[in-house]
Design a protein around this ligand. Structure first.
Ligand code: ASP
Ligand code: MG
Length: 421
């Protein structure tokens, strides 16, 4: 049986018809390698942004069902055009939208999760020798409702298809050459990683590295789909391979530095120190589908017997969050709700930091030397995040990138002393 390769092309790779012709060549090259090819595409260029803008010019709060109807059209345009471009080169190809394939999702608009992918139609068409082009980002519910997977969701469509088809690999083609130690626009000598683990990539994606949709990495990890991020304009470069951590030699404690500038911090002040308060607060948020990132509860003050609970959310969820909290404030007995959206979350990520002491203190010292105030800290086994003022984010990223030796291709073993900043 032939191997199946899933290829995904993002908006910049299909921004105009010239670029679509280029994508057709990349697709055909893989077919000529003797593989079966399933291609997933995003909407052309900034189409999705334009559609969002049009909707918002009509109403500040468009219904999420109609938003999905609208946004899903972007990908329908690109699948048809790419299929025509492939056919024009003399190859047999066919496009499908999510409904035609059966990319089944849960019944939630604007950030639905894929629950199942029907593969019969895909397998039948591959057997007939066709190249298949599938619309990314969209799905369909059991009731035939159109859904979308959240901004950037085409990556997840591609990985989910690769998992369902037991594909050899999922190649994510984009306009950068792979995954970098940090954003090269901020730190020009950021270096490209040849390999990164699912775990690290997941933390980097959540920490604000915009290369991949976090759920695509989650899905790749769950189904052990090898993923490659590579440039659609430079095929000689093999990009970055994302694999299981057990396959890697962890000679460096930190793989990358990321900053997320789209977070807002909320402080719920003076809530009573008794069971059920956090449960009430966060279940109300969960009911509105708001995901909460960092959470800190302060040590209870003896005299007043109250706590402060602070947490961060995506700024896009801010209006929804404030309306939830407005209703909840008196119920849970909070004295005040404070909001700060001039903040950034700066994170260092690396599977190699497990069992290596001193990484957190190096991060804090680096920020202290720059006189950057840390407003919140959160950690996982392989990530340390600090909330800082937005205006300090760039400085922090640059300094952390240097202190953890991410600039050179030869990654130093940082077991011993870390260089001075
Ligand atoms: N077109 C969608 C977006 O811009 C999905 C994607 O590109 O992955 O978010
Ligand atoms: Mg993307």
């Amino acid at each position: 049986m032939k191997k199946i390769i899933v290829q995904k092309f993002g908006g910049t790779s299909v921004a105009d018809t010239e670029k679509i012709k280029n994508v057709a060549k990349v697709v055909i090259r893989e077919k000529e390698n003797g593989n079966d090819v399933v291609v997933v595409v995003s909407a052309m260029g900034h189409t999705t942004d334009h559609l969002v803008k049009m909707a918002k010019s009509l109403t500040p709060n468009p219904s999420s069902r109609e938003m999905d109807m609208l946004l899903s059209t972007g990908e329908c345009v690109s699948i048809a055009l790419l299929t025509m471009a492939i056919q024009a080169q003399g190859y047999d190809a066919i496009s499908f939208n999510a409904m035609q394939v059966g990319i089944m999702t849960e019944n939630i608009h604007s950030k639905a999760r894929i629950v199942d992918i029907r593969t019969e139609k895909l397998r039948k068409n591959l057997e007939e020798g066709k190249i298949i082009v599938v619309a990314g980002f969209q799905g369909v519910t059991e009731d035939g409702e159109i859904t979308t997977l959240g901004r950037g969701g085409s990556d997840t469509s591609a990985v989910a298809l690769a998992a369902a088809l037991n594909a050899e690999r999922c190649d994510i083609y984009t306009d950068v050459e792979g995954v970098y130690t940090t954003d090269p626009r901020v730190v020009p000598n950021a270096s490209k990683l040849d390999e990164v683990s699912y775990e690290e990539m997941l933390e980097l994606a959540h920490a604000g590295a915009n290369v991949l949709h976090p759920r695509s990495v989650e899905t790749a990890k769950q189904f052990a789909v090898p993923m490659r991020v590579r440039s659609s304009f430079n095929l000689d470069d093999m990009g970055t391979l994302i694999v299981g951590v057990e396959k890697m030699e962890l000679y460096r404690p930190v793989a990358g530095v990321a900053a997320d500038l789209s977070q807002a911090r909320i402080v719920v002040c003076d809530v009573p120190d008794k069971p059920g308060v956090a449960a009430g607060l966060f279940s109300a948020m969960a009911n509105e589908n708001i995901s909460v990132d960092m959470i800190i509860q302060s040590y209870a003050r003896k005299i007043s017997n109250t706590n402060d609970i602070a947490f961060t959310i995506d700024t896009a969820d801010l209006p929804k969050t404030l309306s939830v909290l407005d209703k909840l404030k008196d119920v849970i007995g909070a004295s005040d709700i404070k909001v700060d959206d001039e903040i950034a979350k700066v994170s260092i990520v690396g599977a190699g930091m497990i069992d290596r002491p001193g990484i957190a203190s190096t991060m804090f010292e680096t920020l202290a030397t720059l006189n950057i105030n840390i407003k919140m800290i959160s950690t996982s086994e392989i990530k340390i995040s600090c909330l800082v003022d937005k205006s300090d984010a760039q400085k922090a990223v640059k300094a952390l990138h240097t202190v953890f030796n991410l600039e050179s291709d030869v990654i130093a073993d940082v077991k011993g002393d870390l260089p001075d900043v």
